[in-house]
Design a protein. Structure first.
Length: 300
């Protein structure tokens, strides 16, 4: 197999999380929102999960949100950043989502809030997650989708084109909602379900948005990002364009975050299986009360 393309600088991802760990409490609104939504999904599942893994635990938002609920008896927390792991406390380990340090069939549940969008080989990471799940184990995750930060992306693009004659990647490329289900199937998950939701946040100052991204450890870690400092003229143009293009009626600036929720199960013979093609016993015409000898209606 060929090596996966390096889209993200994983060393930079770890450094950003290390830097954010100390003051994450001041910027973790999105992490907490994702944790709450995942916890709500888990509470709808009427079964117990004796051993669970929080993959990309940050400072322990999942553990705090669940607080012993959701049928989880033992929660192992794992993060790329040692400083995040130290803040999470409890039963925790430093580990890379791209190289999971766990034996096959170790967990009844793997849950992950806003971490997997930073892996280079997402299909490979999902396959590893399925491997560490016990048969009929549950995978539940939230990642950022392709509509995330579309306003900031446009402002940076137009500012760099205007000031520098070219544009580099300023915002991470995210998974498209339409592709997420295929990724789960490719990784071997059964009963895959994918859905998306949009969280709209407004700011009085775009610099506060960028401070929140930095404070969450979500700064740009694209491998091909520009390594030099941003020109003052480019920054000022981007801030001005953000205001001109996106300010709402009261002058506040929207920031869009698209949350994609992934749900899948490790295969097990007890799970519901799709019927074989042609094995159905239901007559479609009878179900519609449509006479067998009638001609089908003509479409306009």
């Amino acid at each position: 197999m060929s090596d996966p393309v390096e889209v993200f600088d994983r060393r930079a991802v770890r450094q950003h999380r290390d830097r954010a760990a100390a003051l994450l409490d001041h910027h973790d609104f999105l992490l907490r929102e994702a944790a709450e939504r995942l916890a709500d999904r888990l509470l709808d599942v009427s079964r117990r999960f004796p051993v669970a893994l929080d993959l990309g635990c940050h400072r322990g938002e999942i553990a705090e949100t669940l607080a012993g609920r959701g049928g989880v008896e033992t929660l192992v927390q794992c993060d790329l950043s040692e400083r995040m792991v130290r803040r999470a406390g409890g039963l925790s380990v430093v580990g890379d989502e791209e190289w999971l340090p766990f034996a096959p069939a170790s967990f009844d549940l793997v849950i992950s809030a806003l971490s997997l969008h930073w892996v280079n080989d997402l299909p490979g990471a999902l396959a590893q997650i399925r491997r560490v799940l016990k048969p009929d184990g549950l995978f539940l995750a939230a990642i950022l989708g392709g509509e995330t930060l579309k306003e900031l992306r446009r402002a940076w693009l137009e500012a760099e084109l205007a000031e520098e004659g070219g544009a580099g990647p300023r915002v991470s490329p995210f998974v498209d909602l339409r592709d997420a289900g295929a990724l789960l199937q490719r990784a071997g998950f059964a009963l895959p379900v994918v859905d998306g939701d949009t969280i709209a946040v407004t700011y009085g100052d775009p610099m506060r948005l960028m401070a929140d991204l930095r404070g969450m450890g979500e700064s740009n870690a694209v491998a091909q990002r520009r390594k030099t400092f941003t020109r003052r003229a480019t920054l000022l143009r981007a801030l001005s364009l953000y205001q001109d293009l996106h300010a709402n009626g009261d002058g506040r600036l929207p920031a869009t975050f698209q949350l994609i929720t992934l749900t899948g199960w490790a295969p097990h013979p007890s799970q519901q299986q799709p019927l074989r093609p042609g094995s159905g016993q239901f007559d479609f015409a009878e179900g519609l009360d449509f006479p067998h000898d009638a001609k089908p209606p003509r479409l306009p």
